[in-house]
Design a binder for this molecule. Sequence first.
Ligand code: NIG
Ligand code: FE
Length: 430
Amino acid sequence: MRVDLLIVHAAQVATPLAEGDGKSRLQVVSDGAVAMAGEKVVAVGSSAEVVSSVACHEGTKLIEARGKTVTPGLVDAHTHLVFAGNRVEEFEWRTQGKSYEQIAAAGGGIRASVRQLRRATKEELVEAALPRLDRFLANGVTTVEVKSGYGLSLMDEIKSLQVIAELADLHPVELVPTLLAAHEVPDEYQDRRNEYLDLIVEHIIPRVAEQRLAEFCDVFCERGVFTVAEARRVLLAGKAHGLKPKIHAEQLSRAGGAQLAAEVGATSADHLDYVDEGDIAALRDAGVVPVLLPGAVFFLGKSRYAPAREMLAAGLPVALSTDFNPGTCMSESLPLMMTLACTQMHMTPAEVLVATTLNAARAIDRASTLGQLRAGAQADCVIWDVPDYRCIPYHFGVELAQTVIKRGRVVYRRPSGTAIGATETDEEHA
Ligand code: NIG
Ligand code: FE
């Protein structure tokens, strides 16, 4: 078997393996190897096994990974990557006691980002997003779902989705676009919300679908934002145009979004901090992937995290993502979310690795190619500078990815980061 890139002698190769019916197990191989040819993985196993089964050629690239851990590239199934400016003043207001809901009700929150995005050109949005994608990559993330939702007009939603398409051509991180026109009611429709819903259903969804600018359609179902009836209307319209449903559900209150996700057959239901037992059963029976976003709970200074243990006990394929956005989670670090899930939601290191790889791939309908290292899968993987996969959530708040491979190509190498000695400072040379 011909091989173009061979990683050998990794302290561990840790990967989920799908076992059907939404189930999976984590396989950990010591002194492990991964062989890739073109954009695909061709063999995974112990170094001895893999080396004896593959044929290297002159151009084969060999990476010795002694003392390091190899995993699939991480998948972030929920981000709001495309935004303009920031909302740092809201962050400061929250330190002074104002809540996210109070700030939103006063015209800030999502609507503040909408005003900023509408003023930005496509070029400016691309420029702002590229370094964010670099940070995702430096955190071991090779695939990112990206939502629109700060445009909230036909023109500005299309502009956001076109920015996502341009970014996908410019950056090695793979992007999956989602239409989130139903993120809020924009300023100019505040006293005629039904007309905004008509605009979404009659114009935005058909145009986005026709131009193939999105794969999914999402809605923010929440007290004070969109009701279950409104969310149903949007998701069914999206479905009629071939956009698969996703939903922001039970984030700040139990508004009914989880049951709606089950009813419309959503691919995923996201947040879920306020679900009850019945909601969990409904998600399981309908095969909806729960995407948990502990970074948003943490960043808003709240304490009610989604009941991950109950979901795992019910057999749900729990996924974890960042929710990266300027309001509720200003971080591109998926490993930080793994740590939060371990410490705040009592998920194990094995469960959080599965949640950010295979289960996150399930949440964006990519489980057949992404999220696991096995022959035939897309060759996306990370070599972490740790000797054990459990160290990824354990050693938190720092960048541990050393080498990142996307579609069989090395796309990131961590700079050495060693301090410049006292005798070598710029001042001394000057
Ligand atoms: O997932 N919940 C709705 N949407 C985002 C927040 C977006 C924002 O505040 O800008 C979220 O938390
Ligand atoms: Fe979100």
